[in-house]
Design a binder for this molecule. Structure first.
Ligand code: GGG
Length: 355
């Protein structure tokens, strides 16, 4: 009997619905082609339009509803007429935190025939796995504002690093590195300037490394890391860092590999008590919304990550191979130098599933 999975599809805002439609088409096709599993999707329209109509991004029972699913496939959040801090906090960060998705995994590699944007980088040099701490750090939501509107106004944004939180992401990163062929890990901090929380990161890295003698690891300051990614990219494999640092570095990585439009991500609860959530890294991109030209690769790659997390490794590999073959034949959107639209790229990938 094929396995049956219930997926919550949350297209969200802007180009979110366009790229999630593409991912659902590919998932339907791969389920039919493989015959190993079935997927049923419920479309949850919780985004900025829902917020404007109801005053909330998530209904009061929204998180409980999400827990009934095996996984969540998310598009994008953000609208021109809602402050970004509201949309991000009320929806995406609430889901990541409440569903205990403390590990954000972001693979970046050069897809076939797509040239990196830097002349220092050869396509084979980029095959990286970013591990982002996804529950605390600079995104802890702690701080406040006083004397609003006066010249002496003060705003604080407090980064929180707990031993528990850092230890669990460090272990996850070492396990990830140990599972990859090169067994290499780089721990990114700014512990020369941030002398409390990020010194704790360094100390915990030392402690956890002793459990993983096979993993070769090193430490980098985040500013020097940007230079290494461009000048010495082949020296990197798995990279772990704080919520903010890896958010920034993984965008840089995707741009180096061709476009942020290809970047995929998984918000994982490694304990599997809550559903994990899979989303392209890009945002809602209102400048291209409705034009049908959004790059669907980030969403389709995220859906391949979802299949892998669900245990459907063969289905996941079929999707990744189809992406590679479609790119190799030049079936790409404008951001990657191609001439196809979203639907044409999706159709090309589906046609490659059986090849
Ligand atoms: N597709 C995800 C999305 O809409 N991201 C918007 C964003 O600003 N994300 C920031 C983050 O991932 O922390």
């Amino acid at each position: 009997m094929p396995h049956e999975y219930k997926i919550a599809s949350m297209p969200g805002d802007g180009i979110g619905p366009e790229v999630i439609d593409a991912a659902l088409d590919v998932l339907d096709a791969v389920a039919r082609y493989s015959g190993e599993f079935t997927l049923s999707f419920d479309n949850l329209l919780w985004g900025s339009d829902f917020y404007k109509a109801t005053g909330t991004y998530l209904p009061s029972d929204g998180l409980e509803t999400l827990k009934k699913y095996d996984a969540v496939l998310f598009g994008a959040v953000g609208a021109p007429d809602v402050p970004d801090s509201v949309s991000l906090w009320e929806l995406l960060l609430t889901m990541r935190g409440s569903l205990q998705q403390y590990a954000n995994v972001r693979p970046v590699k050069c897809l076939s025939s797509i040239e990196p944007v830097s002349r220092h980088v050869r396509p084979r040099d980029i095959d990286w796995m970013f591990v982002r701490e996804n529950s605390e750090g600079e995104y802890a939501g702690q701080g406040g504002r006083t004397h609003s509107g006066f010249g002496w106004e003060v705003a604080t944004e407090v980064a929180i690093f707990t031993r528990h939180g850092v230890r669990r992401i460090m272990r996850f990163a070492f396990e990830t590195a140990a599972s990859r062929p090169r067994k290499l890990l780089t721990v990114v901090t700014k512990s020369n300037a941030q002398r409390y929380g990020l010194v704790l990161w360094d100390e915990i890295a030392e402690e956890v490394s002793k459990e993983f003698p096979d993993v070769k690891w090193d430490k980098m300051l985040v500013d020097a890391m940007t230079v290494r990614m461009v000048r010495n990219p082949q020296s990197l494999d798995t990279i772990v860092g704080t919520n903010l640092h890896i958010d920034i570095l993984s965008d840089l990585a995707a741009a180096l590999a061709g476009s942020v439009g290809i970047a995929a991500s998984a918000n994982i609860d490694p304990t599997r008590k809550s559903p994990s959530m899979f989303e392209p890294v890009h945002g809602s991109a209102f400048d291209i919304t409705g034009k049908g030209i959004a790059n669907p690769l980030g969403a389709i790659w995220s859906s391949a990550m979802m299949l892998e997390w669900l245990g459907e490794k063969q289905g996941s590999m079929l999707v990744m191979n189809a992406i590679e073959k479609a790119c190799a034949e030049g079936n790409t959107t404008g951001d990657l130098g191609g001439k196809l639209n979203t639907k044409q790229v999706t159709a090309a990938i589906i046609s490659m599933l059986a090849n």
